[in-house]
Design a protein around this ligand. Structure first.
Ligand SMILES: Cc1ncc(COP(=O)(O)O)c(C=O)c1O
Length: 347
């Protein structure tokens, strides 16, 4: 089997190490199976994107679907990240990690009525709607709750993200969002709907995108529709460019944050609105390892742990003192190993 090892991982004389700490030592300390994440790698990934957009108003809403381990979320929140939640469950996890309602964009296809009621009752920052039907459902929920929901509509710009077909979401044949050319009429027809306030427009063309060109085109489409909506008198507060930045799995070159920013900022400057970014994989995808006693054990555990996975997971910041504390309903286990900067999640 061919394996590719890249920072923060390295092969040392004690086997695979994360930030120089042998995974075998962590396994000895806390048992297996265990997920190990390099806090430094997460910091670097987050700040890389943040710095690339430093001279333009922006907010990074880390996509929890990439990994919603509490310790990791708290680390990101401490760096200034906000949250992209994809379900009612993820909104609750975001709260447990200390994010406030205003920090959250609620995205995703197939939001249930319960989830919409929860999001509206909690007054989350923005609900990204996938369709006119969903806008109507949000409006009905908000009116019933005596509230006004801040919403953005997801547009589908018919752009090929040039990624795997199953994670491409920006083509007309994909089920996501409304056709770009229909968006203006949908905003116009619903802008006075009780219970709704349009604050943004959203696009997400896919994941594991490895060239800047599709993202550039998505930004151009987003800025274009935002300008049209401005002409129509819709007072938008932001545009949301989604996530999608790829990471190397075989050591191949990837889009650097600076390249990403250089590709999308000219279009964004044209519309002048602050941008929301929803990266997931690019923030955490290179940071983690799953350490297992052997493959067959993991396969069994994986199946049996699918549903209560997050409930039973224990997060630990290695390198702190040995105590157990309860934190937001999950137990934070702290280890004596003297290791620094690693987040350890045991099952
Ligand atoms: C709407 C939306 N935003 C953000 C993301 C995060 O994408 P990525 O992890 O590729 O950055 C996804 C992933 O599916 C998504 O659907």
């Amino acid at each position: 089997m061919r394996t590719h090892v890249s920072a923060p991982y390295s092969q040392g004389k004690h086997g695979l190490a994360c930030d120089g700490v042998p995974l075998a030592a962590i396994a000895r300390d806390v048992g297996t199976p265990v997920f190990v994440y390099s806090a430094q790698a997460i910091r670097d990934a987050y700040t890389g994107i943040d710095r690339a957009f430093a001279d333009y108003p922006h907010a990074i809403h880390y996509a929890l679907k990439a990994n919603s381990t509490l310790a990791l979320l708290r680390l990101l929140r401490g760096l200034g990240s906000r949250a992209d939640a994809n379900s009612g469950g993820e909104i609750r996890v975001a709260f447990r990690a200390g994010f406030g309602p205003a920090d959250i964009v609620f995205t995703g296809v197939g939001k249930t009525r319960d989830e919409l009621e929860f999001a509206v009752a909690q007054d989350v920052g923005t609900i990204n709607a996938e369709s006119p039907g969903e806008l109507d459902r949000i409006a009905a929920v908000a009116v019933a709750a005596g509230r006004t929901a801040r919403v953005a509509l997801r547009v589908n710009p018919d752009i090929d993200a040039k990624t795997h077909a199953n994670i491409s979401t920006g083509l007309r044949i994909n089920k996501f969002g409304v056709a770009l050319e229909d968006a203006r009429a949908i905003y116009r027809d619903r802008r006075d709907l009780k219970g709704l306030r349009f604050v943004g427009v959203h696009v997400h063309i896919g994941s594991q995108i490895t060239s800047a060109e599709p993202l550039q085109r998505a930004a151009q489409a987003l800025a274009g529709i935002a300008l049209e909506l401005r002409d129509d008198g819709v007072p938008l507060e932001h545009v949301d460019l989604g996530g999608g930045l790829g990471i190397p799995y075989e050591g191949q070159p990837m889009i650097a944050p600076s390249e990403y920013a250089a590709a999308v900022l000219p279009a964004l400057r044209r519309c002048g609105l602050p941008v929301v970014l929803e990266p997931g994989r690019a923030i955490v995808g290179r940071s983690g390892a799953l350490v297992s006693p052997n493959a067959s054990t993991i396969a069994r555990r994986r199946i049996s742990c699918t549903r209560p996975w997050s409930r039973n997971r224990t997060s630990a910041l290695v390198g702190c003192t040995l105590t157990s504390t309860r934190s937001g309903g999950s137990s934070m286990k702290r280890c004596t190993s003297g290791l620094r900067s690693l987040i350890v999640a045991t099952l």
